[in-house]
Structure formats: structure tokens, C-alpha cells
Design a protein around this ligand. Structure first.
Ligand code: LHQ
Length: 261
């Protein structure tokens, strides 16, 4: 599939997806939702990809739903169908992708754009980035996974505050609240994100993927269920080539050469 609303590039084990409608602050129309979902699926299928980097072109990460596009369709437009066929699939694809996703948040992440940023596993923010639950400004509730993802990161009170005020949370506050892993000067954003992605793409991908799976599932489990789930996934990791290689490399006092298998 060739893309018109995003850029997609694979190099050195890293797939980079760049949201690319900068004149509209990377607002999502249907095509961009579909292309972004397709790109994540493609990254999942390709064994050469072991880490995904998601960023935005221009001064925004994404301003969320393209409001002009939905306004033009009033009358023939069902929000629930739009979500089910669009953002819900995108968020589920990102959460289900068993490879690390790094969000390099280059500017404002608003509305659905904020949900998509939160669906990354790690977030590195430019000092110009901000996070905004713009939904209530247009009389909506948060969607695109925000209600599941954000309270887990920041707790209910802060998540609810962000939802009802729709205030822009600047990068330094987002770091303090635990929304982002690092804040860096804007000019250093991509180089820092790539410096994180490189080692992840050379790491034990299977173990990273299983860790992502279990850390999401244990929220809904009791401790005994979680311990049992750890045992069963550790059985899989323990049979991997990377486990053997990691142990041998340790004993031989050398760096491991992980294959991701
Ligand atoms: C835009 C947008 C945009 C179109 C900037 N759309 N043009 C799900 C299901 C169905 C329906 C509805 O929604 C959803 C989920 C959602 O995502 S709801 C939330 C949708 N997003 C918003 O409400 C955010 C709207 N944008 C803003 O509040 C501001 O643009 C932010 C705070 C993001 C940035 O502000 P500024 O830096 O001051 O930029 P700007 O407002 O001047 O925007 C620049 C241009 O981009 C401007 O166009 P123009 O022709 O005047 O240069 C905006 O109209 C356009 N734009 N966001 N979402």
C-alpha cells in the first residue's frame, strides 16, 4: 500500500511512521486513520521491524479528528461507527503490537491525537509538546482509548481534570505527571528517540512483546492469576533463542547478539 497522509520508512530494525498533514496540524481524516493502522499492521508482520517510532511532521503531533471533515458529513455520520471502524482499530492495533512503540511527541497532541500518543509504550516529548483532551471543547467525551490509558498513567483525578478542563498540559508537567518518559530540547527530539529505538531494535523482541502483553493484561487480574500468567509467558520467553544467547553471553562476559526470536 502506498501512503498519502503518512510517511513510512524502515531502517536498521526501526519502522518510522510520520503523521503527515502538517497544514492541519496532522488532524486525522479517514484516510490517515486507515493508513496509520495499516502501517502498524505492516510493522507487526515484518520480522525486520523490531521497534516502531511514531511522530508528526511540522509543529504538531496531531490535533485529533479533522473537524472540518466530519462537519462536512453531518447527516450521514455516526460517531460510534466512525470510532468502531477507525480509531478503535488503530488503538487496538497499537496496543496489540508486540513490539515496542516509541512516540516522539513533537508538538501538541490533542483529542484523538492524544489517545494515539498515549497508546505508544514510551513517550519522548519535545519541550514544545503538550497534551490536551480537547474533546469537551466540542462537547464530547474522551475516546481513542484515553479513558483506559490515561487514568492508568496519571490516576483518576488528573485524568478527569484533563478531560473537563481541556487544558493544554505542557511537556514539563506531562513529565511530572508520568505521561512522558523524557523531555528533550525540540532540536534533539528525533536523535534522542532514535537513540532509544536503536537498542530496543537490537534487543530481545519476543521478551519485549510478551512484557507488553502481560503488563496490559494484569490490570484486570488478581495476584494469583497474574503470577500464573507470568509463569506461562516466562515459559515461552525461557524457550527463546534470545534467552539462551543472553545467558551464554553473560557467562562468556560479552555483549549478547539478540535475534528477536
Ligand atoms: C484543524 C484541526 C482539527 C481540522 C487544527 N481539524 N482543522 C472522534 C469521533 C468523531 C468526531 C469528533 O472527534 C473525535 C475525536 C477527537 O479528536 S475530538 C477533538 C478534535 N480536536 C480538537 O478539538 C482540537 C482542535 N484544534 C485546536 O484546538 C487547536 O488547533 C490546537 C490547540 C490543536 C492548536 O492550536 P494553534 O496552535 O493555535 O493552531 P490553530 O488552531 O491556528 O490551527 C492551525 C490550522 O489547523 C488552522 O487552520 P487555518 O486554515 O486557520 O490555518 C486550524 O483550523 C487547523 N486545525 N486542528 N482538529
Amino acid at each position: 500500500m502506498s501512503y498519502e497522509t503518512i510517511l513510512f520508512d524502515v531502517a536498521d530494525g526501526i519502522a518510522t511512521i510520520t503523521l503527515n498533514r502538517p497544514e492541519l496540524l496532522n488532524a486525522f481524516n479517514d484516510q490517515m486513520i486507515e493508513e496509520t493502522t495499516h502501517a502498524f499492521k505492516q510493522a507487526g508482520r515484518d520480522d525486520a521491524v523490531r521497534c516502531v517510532l511514531l511522530t508528526g511532521n511540522g509543529r504538531a503531533f496531531s490535533s485529533g479528528q479533522d473537524l472540518a471533515d466530519v462537519t462536512a458529513r453531518i447527516g450521514s455520520f455516526s460517531i460510534s461507527e466512525h470510532l468502531r471502524h477507525g480509531y478503535n482499530r488503530l488503538i487496538a492495533t497499537m496496543i496489540g503490537l508486540e513490539k515496542p512503540i516509541i512516540g516522539a511527541i513533537n508538538g501538541v497532541a490533542a483529542g484523538a491525537g492524544c489517545g494515539i500518543a498515549l497508546a505508544a509504550d514510551l513517550r519522548i516529548a519535545s519541550d514544545k509538546a503538550s497534551f490536551m483532551l480537547a474533546f469537551s471543547k466540542v462537547g464530547l467525551i474522551p475516546d481513542s482509548g484515553v479513558n483506559w490509558l490515561l487514568p492508568r498513567l496519571v490516576g483518576y483525578a488528573r485524568a478527569y481534570e484533563m478531560a473537563v478542563t481541556a487544558d493544554k498540559i505542557p511537556a514539563d508537567k506531562a513529565y511530572e505527571w508520568g505521561i512522558v518518559n523524557r523531555v528533550v530540547p525540540h532540536e534533539q527530539l528525533l536523535e534522542t528517540a532514535l537513540a532509544w529505538a536503536g537498542p530496543l531494535a537490537a534487543g530481545p523482541t519476543l521478551a519485549y512483546g510478551l512484557t507488553k502483553r502481560i503488563m496490559q493484561k494484569t490490570w484486570d487480574m488478581s495476584l494469583p492469576e497474574s503470577l500464573e500468567y507470568e509463569a506461562s509467558l516466562q515459559e515461552i520467553a525461557g524457550r527463546s533463542q534470545d534467552n539462551k544467547e543472553g545467558v551464554i553471553a553473560f557467562l562468556q562476559k560479552r555483549a549478547p547478539n539478540f535475534s528477536g526470536k
